[in-house]
Design a protein around this ligand. Structure first.
Ligand code: HEM
Length: 381
């Protein structure tokens, strides 16, 4: 039978029956310490501002995870370390991929476990140096295997993303040529509409329909503009851009029902960001337009800007809508992913692309029980 991935990994670390026995023996003495190890583990996550951000479920989630970590420790030392073990560990790895937990935190987190379990080993095997050495070696192997499995699940995800990117690149070329081809007929329609409008005279209904055609032409042109922006690298200007007029202009420009209240906060006194004013405007038009749509027919949209550290500005756009479902969040910034009935799935992809090209970042900041919140960080240098 072909060797499985887990079999290969075990062979690489020279996994042996002796390691299994050493871990089972350690299990006997370490089990009473599991609750304490789980406490230290989550205290460390909670004390780190970046890692903490991944724990969005509050107290009850931490309580649940404390329990599941103890079950994880139990299986870690008691085995059996078979294919079912590998599958179960992959499932756990995918939990972390799903919540987009940056993989570098895994090393820090595993180190906490390594240290805590090594402390038990040192204490218990103090008088038996050979057993101490054998147990440390076995522990090192299994924790390395655990990290390897975690990285494997991130790699799986990366490969899936690459496959999607390749599909999109072929698709992008197609879309680009269709976009170009549609520009001409739309231009002709626009010119003809202009001429017709001049001849409609007093016919109210005809005028209304002509206006409607005009509006829909603008929508179609907007979609094509977004599509073409997505696939071509428009050169990026790099000048000082004061964000206040950009954000105020966007607030004026985005259509909003009167029952959707808009608040702008912290705009005064911001340092200029470095970038392309037109493209940055596009970022905030797309975010604000989404927020207004999410809050409609009645609700609230808040834009809050502030200086972030020494060389950044952070702009948060939040709404009182339903928020973004956890399943969709991971792929939120990919093209063609939309939750809106009339959305084309390009708005946020374009936001990300422009912000990335500015050397900034855009993230979705989950607010349990509240609406969506997007945070854009842009460099001032
Ligand atoms: C050695 C490293 C880690 C281990 C062994 C581990 C273990 C686990 C386990 C066993 C689960 C599954 C819980 C269940 O069955 O419901 C889980 C889920 C989770 N872990 Fe970890 N974890 C590690 C690192 C981290 C870090 C560093 C964070 C955050 C900074 C984190 C945050 C979470 C969250 C939020 C979930 C829940 C995911 C969901 O609800 O879909 N984990 N983890």
């Amino acid at each position: 039978m072909d060797e499985t991935l887990f079999g290969e990994l075990k062979r690489y670390v020279d996994w042996s029956a002796g390691d299994e026995q050493a871990l089972r023996d350690l299990h006997q003495v370490a089990a009473p310490r599991f609750p304490r190890i789980a406490d230290v583990f989550y205290a460390r996550i909670l004390s780190h501002e970046g890692a903490r951000r991944s724990l969005t479920g509050g107290e009850s989630q931490v309580g649940h995870l404390r329990q599941t970590l103890q079950a994880w420790l139990d299986r870690l030392l008691a085995g059996p370390w078979d294919e079912a073990y590998f599958e179960a560990r992959c499932r756990i790895g995918r939990y972390h991929v799903r919540i987009a937990l940056p993989q570098h935190y895994m090393f820090g987190a595993m180190n906490v476990i390594r240290r805590e379990l090594n402390a038990v080993v040192d204490e218990h095997y103090l008088a038996r140096p050979e057993a101490l050495e054998a147990t440390r070696v076995a522990l090192g192997k299994i924790l390395d295997l655990e990290l390897a499995i975690m990285l494997h699940t991130y790699r799986e995800d990366l490969l899936a993303q690459q496959a999607r990117a390749e599909r999109l690149s072929t698709f992008g070329q197609l879309v680009g040529s269709i976009g170009h081809d549609l520009r001409n007929p739309l231009g002709v329609i626009e010119t003809s509409l202009f001429i017709l409008k001049g001849r409609i005279g007093e016919d109210e209904r005809a005028r209304k329909h002509a206006d409607r055609i005009g509006e829909q032409l603008a929508v179609a042109n907007g979609i094509i503009g977004n599509l073409l922006d997505m696939i071509r690298n428009r050169p990026l200007a790099r000048v000082r851009v004061p964000l206040e007029p950009v954000l105020r202009g966007v607030a004026e420009a985005v259509r909003r029902p009167p029952e959707v209240e808009l608040q702008l906060e912290g705009l005064g006194g911001l340092p200029d960001v470095m970038g392309d004013a037109l493209q940055l405007r596009q970022v905030f038009v797309n975010l604000l337009d989404n927020a207004v749509q999410a809050a409609a027919p009645a609700g609230r949209v808040r834009v809050e800007a502030r200086q972030a550290g020494e060389d950044g500005v952070e702009v948060a756009v939040e709404d009182s809508g339903p928020g973004v479902d956890e399943q969709v969040r991971r792929r939120l910034f990919e093209p063609l992913i939309t939750t809106r009935e009339k959305g084309n799935g390009l708005g946020l992809a374009l936001v990300k692309r422009i912000v990335d090209r500015h050397g900034g970042a855009v993230t979705y900041d989950p607010r349990p029980g509240a609406g969506a919140r997007f945070v854009v960080t842009l460099p001032t240098r």
